[in-house]
Design a protein around this ligand. Structure first.
Ligand code: ZN
Length: 241
């Protein structure tokens, strides 16, 4: 049937069918390429993981600061207890010694107030760091979950496209068989040099691919010729509906 059509209508018809199949294969290839790129792209997860690690480092820093302030305060409290014990214990009677002890207790108390303020400040920082840590961890989980779902979808789409491509390749082989070898060669050459489009329609008296106006004689030729008629400008094979 195809060959009969070819004879009665236009020499380009067989190549047009080939072009249609090839264009669909090209589209599938382009989508497969995009899917390959997306599957390989895990920037989002990497940056979420990085944010979580940096939040964890901040948290450790705040926890260390808090612990240090706490230990220093505890050491001062021990000293303060000793000084107060000596001051109020009744064993020390010498006024000069008592004065020194009073001064020491006052100084230790002052130091302690500063350290308690430090500890409080570190605790506030730690609280903020904890919250940030939790937020970044939730974010990473969300990203990984989303990527997991997207990944599955992309894999499904890829299998579907590969199945379609297989069936198109069989269709292509059958279609190519009906085309004269010399014409097939011309077609392949044009596909390579004309961005995949070797066959194009005559639309409103012009080449649909490059827009060049065609003479009525050329248009007539395209409709009835038994040979391939190229566009005089871009060289693509013309066909008429
Ligand atoms: Zn053209």
């Amino acid at each position: 049937l195809l060959i009969e059509y070819n004879r009665s209508m236009s020499a380009a018809l067989g190549l047009l069918r080939l072009q249609q199949v090839d264009s669909r294969i090209d589209q599938l290839e382009a989508e497969l390429e995009r899917i390959r790129a997306e599957l390989g792209n895990n920037d989002l997860a990497a940056s979420a993981r990085e944010a979580m690690e940096s939040a964890g480092a901040n948290q450790s820093l705040a926890e260390n600061g808090r612990q240090q302030a706490e230990q220093q305060a505890s050491a001062i409290r021990t000293k303060l207890k000793q000084a107060e014990g000596a001051l109020y214990g009744g064993k020390v009677q010498n006024p000069k010694e008592l004065q020194d002890l009073q001064a020491e207790v006052a100084s230790l108390n002052k130091h302690l107030i500063g350290l308690d303020a430090d500890e409080l400040a570190w605790m506030e920082k730690l609280e903020a760091a904890d919250a940030h840590c939790r937020a970044t961890s939730v974010r990473l989980e969300e990203v990984l979950h989303k990527l997991g779902a997207e990944h599955t979808q992309l894999e499904q789409r890829r299998s579907e496209l590969l199945r379609k491509k297989d069936s198109l390749l069989s269709e292509r082989a059958a279609t190519a068989e009906a085309v004269k070898p010399a014409w097939h060669q011309t077609y392949e050459g044009l596909r390579r040099t004309r961005r995949g489009v070797a066959v194009t329609a005559v639309e409103d008296g012009a080449c649909a691919a490059c827009g060049t106006a065609l003479t009525p004689a050329t248009q007539q030729n395209v409709r009835h010729a038994q040979d391939l008629i190229p566009c005089p400008s871009c060289g693509r094979i013309l066909f008429a509906d």
